[in-house]
Design a protein around this ligand. Structure first.
Ligand SMILES: [Zn+2]
Ligand SMILES: [Zn+2]
Length: 325
């Protein structure tokens, strides 16, 4: 008998939440590494899946190894692959520790891996892309911890000027009149590891289009364990869902021993049908694959309908041509 080959490594979790893709891996205590390619932004880096390397910005929630273990490797690989310096966004409280960790590698490797550290104070904005910026906020965990909200900044004509013609608007603008107002629209909130608390009720978190949250415990008798580890329990999620205005909440940081079917049943039972529909699990491969396939079919059907609408016009033209002949 030959010995067995090694177990196959699972692939990344993937969700398409228009206009954003979210992919990565997340298992409580082992590793959480997420990426939103449309924002060129990653969240946490417990390990360093290859697919996350291209992300130029990386927002670290806290220093637990399952969220930061791959950081030095990520910086080093980006350098090795000629991808430019990584921009590491973090809670200012842990910036010194990150620097010291990276200094440790300088000593070990006898070379310096370049990276840019962006320590943020609570609510300090940092631009990650044109009109897109990120803010951190303090959460409650066993180590200093941050959650993040990514916003889109949009300018909108003030309602009192809405009916004016272009010329008039240009004239007002030239005279220095402020004709637009700036809206900040929360797109994605990621809470990292945390206990429930007032930080989860922030307006930008409640109103974010997509909320990514940890949920480590699902068993009814694991509430105490959740509290001790300062993590979220499914009961907390169900309660929170009552005030969340998001389109989707993506649960990550589910423990390996949690059965996915059981977790989904708990969500359905506790959240009510309407809210349960919003809940997705990043690592629910089978459901997410079927969901994406349905999205593909829907997009194809839309495209066909779009072309179909043009078809009758073409048919009419063809008929006219025939009449002319
Ligand atoms: Zn964790
Ligand atoms: Zn943690």
């Amino acid at each position: 008998m030959l010995p067995k080959p090694p177990p196959r490594e699972p692939s990344l979790g993937f969700l398409y939440l228009p206009p954003y893709r979210l992919y990565g891996e997340s298992i409580a205590g082992e590793s959480t590494s997420l990426m939103v390619p449309e924002l060129d932004l990653g969240f946490d880096i417990g390990s360093c899946p290859r697919a996350i390397l291209p992300s130029k910005h990386l927002a670290i929630t806290h220093g637990h190894m399952d969220h930061i273990g791959g950081l030095a490797y990520y910086c080093s690989q980006r350098r090795f692959q000629g991808m430019g310096n990584a921009k590491i966004i973090c809670d200012a409280r842990i910036a010194g520790s990150i620097k010291r960790m990276m200094e440790g590698y300088v000593d070990l490797e006898r070379q310096r891996t370049p990276y840019d550290l962006v320590p943020l104070l609570p609510d300090q904005p940092y631009e990650i892309k044109n009109n897109m910026f990120i803010r951190g906020f303090e959460t409650e965990h066993t180590a200093p911890s941050f959650g993040y909200v990514v916003y889109e900044r949009r300018t909108k004509l003030k309602p009192e000027f809405a009916d004016l013609p272009q010329e008039k608007l240009r004239e007002l603008k030239d005279r220095g009149v402020e004709i637009v107002r700036v809206l900040e629209i929360p797109q994605i909130a990621y809470t990292g590891d945390t206990l429930p608390g007032p930080h989860l009720l922030r307006e930008d978190v409640r109103k974010a289009h997509v909320v990514i949250s940890e949920c480590t415990f699902f068993e009814p008798d694991h509430k105490e364990r959740a509290k001790i580890g300062m993590h979220m329990h499914i009961d907390d999620i169900a309660e929170w869902l009552r005030v969340l205005e998001c389109q989707h909440i993506v649960l990550v940081h589910v423990s390996r021993r949690t059965d996915m079917q059981f977790a989904k049943e708990r969500v359905a039972k506790l959240s009510g049908a309407k809210n349960a529909e919003k809940v997705l699990f990043l690592m629910d491969y089978r459901t997410n694959k079927a969901r994406y396939e349905a999205q593909l079919l829907e997009a194809e059907a839309k495209e066909a309908a779009r072309l179909g609408r043009r078809a009758p016009v073409q048919a009419a033209r063809a008929a006219e041509d025939e009449d002319d002949a």
